[in-house]
Write a protein that binds this ligand. Structure first.
Ligand code: LLP
Length: 399
């Protein structure tokens, strides 16, 4: 079996996925560690010599090898649960470079963050602020916090992944920000150190970020006049990737993203700028590799039924998300349209409708591309299907 010329990916790493099928039963997640390194190197180059710190949003992919690779590049971690605190510490992220967001931090999770002396709690509500103050007091500690501001900016992304508009559950509305800041300053076990923002995810148009810069500048000016200085401004993550052209655009437009903030934010000498990128770091380095179990004809459709299902990659079923689906072993010149579906007992278990592929047969290998972010991390065992193994490709060594 070899790659079809027409669909030969620019990054030949999928050839290694085909080889890996000989040792590892499909389906599995296949990660291109070279591409991950290239992305991280680009991030480090573009952010060097600035008072900037990029944090990796672990929720995008918590695979221990991936998380460790990222920690090794010196990034910080952005996380949203006690489980992610443990994963970040285990992977070697410096605790002071760990930021913890989330609207529902429980007592044990707050305690764990305090025990590990993490950098910042990104606080999302007044009750949370008070509980953190109380728990920190009981532990004889002070909690460094940033207030997560809901900037009421619509990032025009999918409604499930928009977070920065006033009706989302996230952050503190601008109208009550003054009040909350004053309250935080009065609490004895709270050290207010920053403002945090996050607009949403899969954002490819930079204009919402420019609007965010304006809001940030306005708030910095306003609070400086009241002698309130925020050491850290955290602008969140959300940079989108090209799901339609993973080979043409293996890297996200990191340059446009960072330039928007370089030009947009009037960062003071005493301030640091934090970013929290997830998808942009890991999205394109992951591929879900599966096999065709059966090809089935119905009255109007031809189904390619895979051994991977919506429990392994839920994005198409949950968000109607598009992932490139490629038959990477068929040698056929003739093409056909297929409904590419999984085996799970749900009609939404569809990876692609009317997908044009070379003639496809039982045993062909199908690559579902750009699955590195929110693929493995959102997988479930629905239908008692086991979680998938992962295979890593690196030109240094493969494992
Ligand atoms: N910071 C905060 C506070 C966040 O809530 C998120 C993502 C990030 C950073 C990282 O965003 P990214 O750079 O990865 O876009 N499951 C959805 C995405 C949910 C994103 C949730 N928050 C998907 O598969 O598209």
């Amino acid at each position: 079996m070899g790659l079809d010329r027409n669909i030969m990916p620019k990054f030949n790493h999928l050839q290694f996925a085909i080889d890996a099928v000989k040792q590892t039963r499909t389906p599995f997640y296949f990660y291109d560690i070279d591409l991950l390194h290239e992305t991280l190197e680009t991030i480090n180059r573009l952010t060097a010599n600035q008072r900037w710190k990029v944090h990796y949003a672990i929720k995008a992919n918590g695979n221990p090898r991936i998380v460790k690779e990222i920690a090794n590049y010196g990034l910080g971690a952005d996380l949203v649960s006690g489980g992610e605190i443990e994963a970040a510490i285990k992977a070697g992220f410096a605790p002071e470079n760990i930021n913890y967001s989330g609207v529902g931090k429980t007592d044990w999770e707050i305690r764990s963050g305090l025990e590990h002396n993490i950098g910042f709690f990104n606080v999302e509500s007044v009750p949370e602020l008070e509980v953190i103050n109380q728990i920190a007091g009981e532990m004889g500690k002070s909690a460094r916090i940033a207030i997560r501001v809901n900037p009421d900016i619509d990032a025009h992304t999918h409604r499930y992944i928009t977070t920065g508009t006033a009706d989302n559950k996230f952050g503190i509305n601008l109208e009550i920000l003054d009040q909350v800041i004053k309250h935080a300053l009065d609490l004895p076990h709270i050290l207010l150190g920053g403002l945090h923002f996050h607009l949403g995810s899969q954002i490819t148009d930079m204009s919402p970020y420019s609007m965010l810069c304006d809001t940030v500048n306005r708030l910095i000016d306003k609070y400086e006049k009241q002698d309130i200085q925020f050491k850290v401004i955290n602008v969140g993550g959300g940079l989108g990737i090209d799901y339609s052209h993973p080979d043409e655009h293996p890297l996200p437009d990191l340059e446009a993203y960072f330039n928007t903030f370089k030009q947009g934010i009037r960062l003071r000498e005493y301030q640091e700028l934090h970013f929290e990128l997830g998808r942009a770091i890991v999205g394109n380095c992951g591929t879900l590799i599966s096999s065709v179990v059966y090809v089935k004809e119905s009255r109007n459709k031809r189904f390619a039924i895979l051994d991977a299902g919506m429990n392994d990659l839920i994005r198409p079923a949950l968000y109607g998300a598009h992932h490139q689906v490629q038959n990477i072993t068929s040698q056929e010149q003739e093409t056909e349209k297929y409904e590419v579906v999984g085996p799970v007992c749900e009609s939404s278990d569809v990876f692609a409708h009317d997908q044009l592929m070379p003639l496809t047969r039982r045993g062909d290998i199908i690559a579902i591309r750009t699955a590195g972010a929110y693929g493995e991390s959102m997988a479930s065992t629905y239908n008692m299907r086991p979680l998938l193994p992962s295979v890593f490709y690196s030109s240094q060594q493969s494992s």
